[in-house]
Design a binder for this molecule. Structure first.
Ligand SMILES: Nc1ncnc2c1ncn2[C@@H]1O[C@H](COP(=O)(O)OP(=O)(O)OP(=O)(O)O)[C@@H](O)[C@H]1O
Ligand SMILES: [Mg+2]
Length: 584
């Protein structure tokens, strides 16, 4: 039986010695008391024998006395048994037998008390009588009768008290055991209430602490147990604080990992993933499933990534590699790894998407090449004309005038190119830095005025359909360039007799400017590229028109800097519409 979790053996522990003492005392009494009783009875019987022996001797001095009758008469009221035995052991008188019975009695020479008396003059013994089955105390003493013969006088007394004593001891023992039992029960209940109950409470409280069901244990009344409970609570407090620190640290780490643009993969010493951050999932197009416990190759079919992880784990030092991803889109990923130091062995792999960097580098290279190329042509032309002039053409005024005109034309082209480049670089470096109120209606009007001469020259009519649009906070110069560039293109890539329509309206919180023309149109495969720098559909025609291919790049830049967007629709031979939407 287990009561409240403690085996009863433990609960009763303090009582076992008491029970053992009671049992020992009982056992000792049981063993020793009868011996004492026997001894005192023997001594008493020997004393009686000593008193009786002179009387018996006097009786035996009388000739012809009937010994049997005499012993019976003496023993009659005493409760003693008197036996007379000859020195050869033959019984000749016994108060407990009739005369006839005495004649058939067994020889008593071998009875211990008789043997002892014959040897030393006196003897005694205690034993169970073979005849009656009762325990008797025997005492014997020798004396000489009238004939000078040695006679042994023996007295016997039943030891009835012995049985009584045994009975009392048994009863006493029973009572003592009962009393001990009651004492044990009472004490055990008391100990239980004072010690084991609160202790069991503490133990279950500590269990609850460990499993997190409770944050503190209740303080019991007992001082020592209360101290133990307080110590447990302090322990819980410290553990809680430390756990909190660890949790904070982990949360920080997780936040950092989550906000990183680089993909991070942490692998344990067994080569199995521990965690990945959201950027890693994004880069490798991994779904949201749990990655922990999977090998790298199970997660991703990327042998290079697996190699970087393996090498880092095997060599314990940083590795690097690169992966070209084909799907979902072409991308270049740079891998850098580090071996995890400290506690657990492992590796961290950081994957960085360098596609954009590579693209920007390519773009810059292209840009420089394009600019150089664009500068080279007019410069070469200017140089050619100048050399021809120097080498004699100056002397022919009409030729000289024509050449000077050409030089000026190329200079204007260079000027325009430089202007566009400067505008682009200004737009890039101070994106939306200066915001001022811009009146779009006025800007459109100015642009139409500025280009009306060109329109007349090209025999193109300009129509303006405008409604009043709220003022916009933005880059006034940039927006003016935007409108001019769109209008310029609409005129340039038009045909004589063509039309250009400008529509300015306000839709919700946006200003919408649509520039349509009835010009040559843009081939569909060029449409996605016309906003690139230096891109021209027909290089020859554009160049002849003095174009550099930067106009639409500037438009796109300005629109993006204002948080808007630009769309284009075009049909070959029918015309093109650019629609710019700018948030107000
Ligand atoms: N309205 C249009 N109709 C037909 N093609 C156009 C139109 N607008 C632009 N394009 C095409 O897109 C190309 C790029 O235009 P963009 O304005 O950027 O350069 P550009 O006009 O050649 O030079 P710049 O504007 O710098 O003088 C042009 O060369 C032309 O081929
Ligand atoms: Mg243009």
């Amino acid at each position: 039986m287990r009561l409240l979790g403690f085996p009863p053996k433990l609960r009763l522990a303090p009582l076992w010695p008491a029970l053992a003492a009671v049992l020992t005392a009982t056992a000792l009494l049981w063993i020793l008391l009868p011996g004492l009783l026997e001894r005192s009875a023997s001594v008493q019987l020997l004393d009686t024998l000593r008193i009786l022996s002179p009387i018996v001797r006097a009786e035996r001095q009388q000739q012809g006395a009937d010994a049997q009758a005499w012993v019976r008469s003496i023993a009659a009221d005493s409760g003693l048994r008197i036996t007379l035995v000859r020195s050869d052991g033959v019984v000749f008188a016994d108060s407990a037998r009739t005369a006839e019975q005495v004649t058939v009695m067994e020889n008593h020479a071998r009875r211990p008390e008789i043997r002892e008396a014959l040897a030393t003059g006196e003897g005694h013994s205690v034993r169970r009588s073979a005849t009656t089955g009762q325990t008797y105390v025997y005492a014997a003493r020798t004396l000489t009768d009238a004939g000078g013969h040695l006679v042994v006088l023996r007295l016997a007394q039943p030891l009835a008290q012995l049985e009584a004593l045994r009975g009392s001891i048994a009863t006493a023992m029973l009572f003592a055991a009962l009393a001990a039992g009651v004492a044990i029960l009472v004490t055990s209940l008391w100990i239980d209430r004072r010690l084991f109950g609160p202790l069991a409470g503490l133990i279950s409280g500590a269990g609850d602490l460990a499993s997190g069901r409770r944050r503190r244990v209740a303080l019991p009344e007992e001082e020592e147990l209360a101290a133990l409970a307080a110590a447990l609570n302090r322990l819980a407090e410290t553990a809680e604080a430390q756990l909190g620190l660890v949790r904070d640290e982990r949360d920080h780490l997780m936040t950092i990992l989550a906000s990183m643009s680089e993909g991070v993969l942490v692998v344990g010493g067994d080569g199995r993933a521990r965690l990945v951050n959201p950027a890693f999932r994004r880069l490798f197009d991994l779904d949201g499933g749990d990655v922990a416990g999977h090998t790298v190759l199970e997660l991703l079919r990327q042998p290079e990534l697996a190699r970087v992880v393996d090498d880092t784990l095997r060599r314990g030092e940083a590795q690097s590699g690169a992966i070209e991803l084909q799907a979902p889109e072409r991308r270049t990923l740079l891998l850098e790894s580090a071996a995890l130091a400290g506690g657990e062995r492992g590796a961290v792999v950081v994957a960085r998407d360098t596609t954009e960097l590579t693209r920007v580098a390519d773009m810059r290279r292209d840009f420089v090449a394009n600019v150089s190329h664009e500068l080279k042509t007019p410069l070469a032309a200017i140089r050619g004309y100048a050399e021809t002039l120097r080498d004699g053409a100056l002397d022919e005024p009409p030729t000289a005038r024509r050449f000077t005109e050409r030089i000026l034309q190329h200079c204007r082209r260079l000027q325009a190119l430089l202007d566009d480049l400067l505008t682009l670089s200004r737009l890039e470096s101070v994106a939306s830095a200066e915001r001022e109120p811009v009146d779009l209606n006025a800007v459109v009007q100015r642009a139409v005025d500025l280009l009306s001469a060109t329109a007349r020259e090209r025999q193109v009519t300009i129509e303006v359909h405008e409604e009043k649009v709220a003022t916009l906070a933005g880059d006034a110069d940039g927006i003016e360039r935007l409108v001019l560039n769109l209008l310029d293109n609409a005129l340039k890539y038009n045909q004589p007799g063509g039309e250009v329509a400008l529509h300015l309206s306000q839709q919700d919180k946006n200003a919408v400017l649509a520039v349509s023309d009835t010009g040559i149109g843009i081939p569909p495969d060029s449409l996605p590229r016309i906003f690139e720098r230096f891109y021209r559909v027909d290089k020859g025609r554009s160049r002849d028109e003095g174009g550099t291919g930067l106009g639409l790049a500037i438009v796109k830049h300005v629109v993006q800097a204002h948080g808007g967007h630009v769309d284009v629709e075009s049909r070959m031979g029918q015309g093109t519409t650019f629609r710019v939407t700018l948030p107000l």
